[in-house]
Unconditional design. Structure first.
Length: 135
């Protein structure tokens, strides 16, 4: 999503990254990667549970679908983080929540590196913005 910051801003949206590590680890992660969004932490996984995000099985966390893309990312500037920060079995999710608190888009990962295409999220953001204009 960092690569599409401009498009997110044009959609009038805000983005929040919620991690699992300590506040210090989260701050270091976001600073080291130049994350241009708000970075929060939920070390007890309460935020993740409230959005229905589960912990993954060993295959969902470190199976073949995960380790090869992870290795490729580690060798580029797109790596996501270090193992051992928070609950490594926690699966991620991506959500669009409108101003009234309604979840307009939900992507609950099937494995640890399962992220939706940015274009899908941006389409929903554009639709939410258009509906707000019409209201």
């Amino acid at each position: 999503m960092r690569d599409d910051r401009e498009r997110i801003d044009r959609a009038g949206a805000g983005l929040v990254l919620v991690g699992l590590g300590t506040p210090e680890q989260t701050g270091e992660f976001c600073a080291a990667r130049g994350v241009p969004f708000a970075c929060l932490t939920s070390p007890d996984r309460s935020a993740h549970r409230s959005f229905g995000l589960r912990r993954g099985t060993p295959d969902q966390v470190a199976g073949p679908r995960v380790w090869l893309p992870w290795l490729r990312n580690q060798m580029s500037d797109r790596h996501q983080g270090s193992f051992g920060q928070g609950d490594v079995a926690q699966l991620p999710g991506t959500f669009v929540v409108d101003r009234s608190g309604t979840i307009r888009y939900a992507h609950r990962a099937r494995h640890s590196n399962d992220n939706p295409p940015n274009d899908d999220v941006l389409r929903v953001l554009a639709a939410v913005r258009e509906e707000a204009r019409e209201a």
